[in-house]
Each structure stands twice: as structure tokens, then as C-alpha cells.
Design a protein around this ligand. Structure first.
Ligand SMILES: Cc1cc2nc3c(=O)[nH]c(=O)nc-3n(C[C@H](O)[C@H](O)[C@H](O)COP(=O)(O)OP(=O)(O)OC[C@H]3O[C@@H](n4cnc5c(N)ncnc54)[C@H](O)[C@@H]3O)c2cc1C
Length: 376
């Protein structure tokens, strides 16, 4: 019997394997991953510097132990180059592998903005990137972060807590502007500033040049920022090339329906690489819901994913935030519901139903109650 082949050992791949094993101990599973396959929690990467954690200490379960516990064949350090759909085969650096069903859980790549100069810009999207940044931080004292979104602000908070002076550069008007309304985003300014973070909004880095042991960033308004390390956190782009080359339907992500099925009924996708009915949802909770639904389908049930309200927690301990993001095109308005040591805001649609919220500071802990009040 040909196996179900899961491609990728991140949260999406491993959650799917775990969920599938809860339903069926016998279906053969092969997991192929181009990294070591060691299991870690990616969200910890943006709050581990302050705790001085080595990359190795972030591994929760070694790959071989995962394989033994969940009873799958592991092909680690193995890259898949091509999918041959007719033959149901994968071309890999370890030879050809056959599949009965294929699950693409291959994640997303950090977006690189074009920069002039001899830029040595780092980004952190996996454990090896984290190890690399830790090594580079060595004797550094200052860090410039390109991108003041969720991940950029989390790194800013963490690195500032670890003692670095941090400059955040972002073309938007305030922190986390892609997810938060302005009054909520602005709540982060002062608490992070008090930790040593300087903000450079409405600007982009155009050049990064080596200067002494560090770098000089030339910004779009002719100002400059000096830093020992430059970190880019300007967003992620789903990895679609493998699927596209195989002729699968792709948009921003690999296009799948509510059963996580692609345009080929033997191939599924979930996690950061997937676009589910037109939406990319690169967060832990949607991945877990999607993995549970897909496990049922692969075990022979007919299951669709239904997403409840899924708040995203922003790990900025200087000023905690939880947000239930609103789709970009949603009709409605943000309303301030309370203001104290932070702010509670709701997004109300034209029927006056709350369909999103932003909670900061003392209100951040209310996310479960607020989610329960939201119309799905
Ligand atoms: C710093 C950081 C902090 C975050 N914090 C939060 C948070 O607080 N809350 C939250 O909800 N979300 C958070 N996220 C997002 C969340 O972590 C991701 O959505 C999630 O981990 C993605 O998992 P994934 O399995 O889809 O992708 P990945 O973990 O990227 O896994 C992709 C896998 O595919 C493999 N792969 C790729 N291409 C190939 C190939 N061709 N052949 C073989 N293998 C391949 C890779 O080796 C890897 O194993 C954070 C993200 C980052 C970067």
C-alpha cells in the first residue's frame, strides 16, 4: 500500500500526523522534510532572545522520537524538487517516492525587499535562522528591524528586553497597522520606546551599506540609521512554486477548498503555504483546525474545516495585545469600547454585529470572552 506522504515538518505537517494517528494507527505515513525534522514551536523564536535560549534548547522532540511515537517513515534533510501527478511520484534528493495521497505543508518564505548596497540582511523564519541570528548578535549592541508588523514588533520587544537598542523602520503609520486599528496600534509606541525602541514610520530602507563592524541604512526620507545587525521582518510569501510547476491551481498560496483539497483530488495543502477558499491564515490556531479536519478526511471521513473566531496573541510583554483580525474588505467600523491601561476596541459590521476586536494592555486577557461574543 502506498503511503500518505506529508511534505514538511513544521506545525502544519506534524499536527496533521498527530491528528491522523489519533484516528488511525495503521495508515502508512511518510514525512519528507528538507530540514532536520526536529519538532519546535515557531512562535517561541520571537521571544527566546530575552531568555537567552540556545536554538538546540528550543527543540521539543527530536525527529527520530517523533517518527517512533507517531509511527511514520522519516526522510529528513530531503528536498522535494518535483511532483509527478500522473504517476503519483515525488522527485527528491533521496530518489523517487510514491504516494497515495500527498499533503503539502511546506510553509512560506520571508519576503526580501530589494535594497541597494552590500546588504547582509537577516530574517528569522525557522530554528536555523534563529541560531544564525544568535551567532551574529555576538557583540552587537544595536539592531535595525525592517518591518513594524506583528513579527517585527515581537522581535523589537524581545531584543530590547535582551538589552539591544532597536530601531524599527516601517512604511506604515503605526505598529502592526496590517492587523490593528490605529488607536490600538499606537498603544505600543510608548511601552516599547521606554525599553529602548526607536520608531521610524512612513519610511523604507533603500540602501544598507557596511560601515565599520555594522551597517548604515539610508531611508527614503534621506535620514540614516546605524545598526550592528539588520533584521528583515516584512512578511512571508507562501511557497507555491512546487505546486505551480506541477500544474496545481495557485493564487497567493496553494489554492485549496474547505476540505484542504487542491485542484488535484489526491493532493492537499495546509499551513502557511495554503490559501483556503481565498484566505491565507498563517497562524497557529487556523493550522490546528485545518489539520484536524484534514486528518478526518484522510482517515476516510468527509470533513470540512470550520473556523471559529481565532484571536491572534501578539507576544509584546511590554504591552500585551490580542486581536481578532478583520478581513481587509470587511464593511464596518472600529469602535472604542473601553480605555484605561490599554484599549478595548470592537469592529462592528453594518448589522451591528461584532466580527473583530483589538485588545491591548489590561484588556488583552479578555480575548476568550470577546471571541465568544463575536458573530462567526
Ligand atoms: C517568528 C515567528 C513568530 C510567530 N509567532 C506566532 C504566534 O505567536 N502565534 C501564531 O498564531 N502564529 C505565529 N507565527 C506563525 C506560525 O508560527 C506559523 O504560521 C506556523 O508555524 C507555520 O507552520 P507551517 O508548518 O505551515 O510552516 P513551517 O514551519 O515553515 O514548515 C514548513 C516545512 O516545510 C519544509 N519544506 C519546505 N519546502 C520543502 C521542500 N521542497 N521539500 C521538503 N521539505 C520542504 C520545511 O523544511 C519545513 O519543515 C509566528 C511565525 C514566526 C516566523
Amino acid at each position: 500500500m502506498k503511503p500518505i506522504v506529508v511534505l514538511g515538518s513544521g506545525l502544519a505537517g506534524y499536527t496533521l500526523v498527530r491528528e491522523l494517528r489519533k484516528l488511525n494507527r495503521d495508515i502508512p505515513i511518510t514525512l519528507v522534510t528538507r530540514d532536520s525534522g526536529d519538532y519546535y514551536s515557531k512562535p517561541t523564536l520571537s521571544n527566546a532572545f530575552a531568555q537567552k535560549k540556545e536554538a538546540a534548547s528550543l527543540v521539543l522532540t527530536a525527529a527520530k522520537d517523533m517518527a517512533a511515537q507517531q509511527k511514520f517513515t522519516l526522510l529528513a534533510n530531503t528536498e522535494v524538487h518535483a511532483i509527478h501527478r500522473e504517476a503519483r511520484q515525488l522527485e527528491t534528493t533521496a530518489g523517487v517516492i510514491e504516494y497515495e495521497k500527498l499533503v503539502l505543508a511546506i510553509g512560506a518564505d520571508p519576503i526580501r525587499i530589494p535594497l541597494q548596497g552590500d546588504a547582509a540582511v537577516l530574517s528569522v523564519n525557522d530554528l536555523s535562522d534563529y541560531a544564525h541570528l544568535r551567532e551574529k548578535l555576538g557583540n552587537a549592541k544595536t539592531v535595525a528591524i525592517m518591518g513594524g508588523g506583528l513579527i517585527g514588533c515581537e522581535f523589537a520587544n524581545d531584543l530590547a528586553l535582551a538589552g539591544y537598542k532597536v530601531a524599527v523602520i516601517d512604511p506604515g503609520p503605526y505598529p502592526i497597522a496590517g492587523l490593528l486599528p490605529e488607536q490600538a496600534g499606537r498603544q505600543l509606541l510608548e511601552p516599547l520606546n521606554n525599553l529602548g525602541v526607536s520608531w521610524h514610520f512612513g519610511k523604507t530602507a533603500q540602501r544598507v551599506d557596511a560601515a565599520g563592524a555594522g551597517y548604515t541604512l539610508a531611508l527614503s526620507d534621506q535620514s540614516t540609521v546605524s545598526a550592528d545587525i539588520v533584521l528583515s521582518a516584512v512578511g512571508l510569501r507562501p511557497r507555491i512554486q512546487l505546486a505551480k510547476n506541477a500544474g496545481l491551481a495557485v493564487n497567493r498560496g496553494i489554492a485549496v477548498d474547505e476540505q484542504l483539497q487542491s485542484s488535484d483530488d489526491a493532493i492537499f495543502a495546509l499551513g502557511d503555504c495554503a490559501e483556503i477558499n481565498g484566505r491565507t491564515l498563517p497562524y497557529v490556531l487556523p493550522i490546528m483546525h485545518a489539520a484536524r479536519a484534514l486528518a478526518k478526511t484522510l482517515a476516510g471521513e468527509d470533513a470540512s474545516v470550520i473556523f471559529p473566531p481565532m484571536p491572534v496573541v501578539v507576544k509584546t510583554p511590554a504591552h500585551p495585545i490580542a486581536v481578532l483580525p478583520v478581513p481587509r474588505d470587511a464593511a464596518g467600523t472600529w469602535t472604542v469600547l473601553a480605555e484605561g491601561q490599554g484599549i478595548r476596541m470592537g469592529f462592528f459590521n453594518p448589522q451591528n454585529e461584532m466580527i473583530g476586536f483589538a485588545l491591548t494592555g489590561e484588556y488583552a486577557k479578555e480575548r476568550s470572552e470577546m471571541a465568544a461574543r463575536c458573530a462567526v
